[in-house]
Design a protein around this ligand. Structure first.
Ligand SMILES: CC(C)(COP(=O)(O)OP(=O)(O)OC[C@H]1O[C@@H](n2cnc3c(N)ncnc32)[C@H](O)[C@@H]1OP(=O)(O)O)[C@@H](O)C(=O)NCCC(=O)NCCS
Length: 150
């Protein structure tokens, strides 16, 4: 299994299609083909993936000069609540810092329970895009931008 196969397995298990947040394989491959986008994955023991280990979660992130954006974070449903999401956010922040970022950002739909995880990792709301998302049933949802200085 390639890393993209592993990432897509987590993606497909992690996101409820109702919120329309998950990315297709084509979107992931297209994004990772760009030099400034990268994925961080770990197994259920918080170790980096090796051949033969199974991904429990991933982060997809994009670098720009002086900043880094968290595009997606996901953990397999059966592995949640064990600190894997927090570990992946910490790895994202470490990687951003190592690449010279002064600020990190992310955007989430309003009411995503991941908000408590983001706040615990030091992110605070800095903006709102009204009706930026639309659920599978057509309900509009705002996007909230969170930021953290490094
Ligand atoms: C968000 C997500 C990655 C968190 O992964 P996780 O491994 O369960 O996270 P952690 O175990 O590190 O949890 C950290 C904290 O976040 C909170 N939290 C995270 N996800 C939560 C959820 N779905 N419901 C309730 N609380 C949640 C918990 O309060 C937890 O705090 P605690 O340890 O003090 O109880 C996971 O729930 C997920 O994959 N969700 C679906 C995809 C998604 O919505 N991603 C975010 C938008 S891109």
């Amino acid at each position: 299994m390639t890393d993209i196969d592993q990432l897509m397995e987590v993606m497909e298990s992690a996101f409820d299609p109702y919120w329309r947040e998950s990315w297709s394989r084509t979107q992931v491959e297209g994004s990772l083909a760009l030099p400034h986008t990268h994925a961080i994955m770990c197994d259920a023991e918080l170790a980096p993936l090796t051949s033969g280990s199974e991904a429990a979660g991933f982060v997809l992130a994009r670098r720009a000069p002086g900043e880094e954006e968290l595009l997606l974070v996901a953990v397999r449903p059966e592995q949640r609540g064990k600190g894997i999401g927090r570990h992946l956010l910490d790895l994202f922040i470490e990687s951003a810092r190592a690449n010279g970022a002064d600020n990190v950002f992310l955007e989430m739909r309003e009411n995503n329970p991941a908000e408590s995880l983001y706040r615990a990792a030091g992110f605070a709301p800095i903006g709102r895009r009204v009706a930026y998302y639309r659920t599978a049933s057509g309900e509009p949802l705002d996007a909230i931008t969170f930021g953290r200085k490094l």
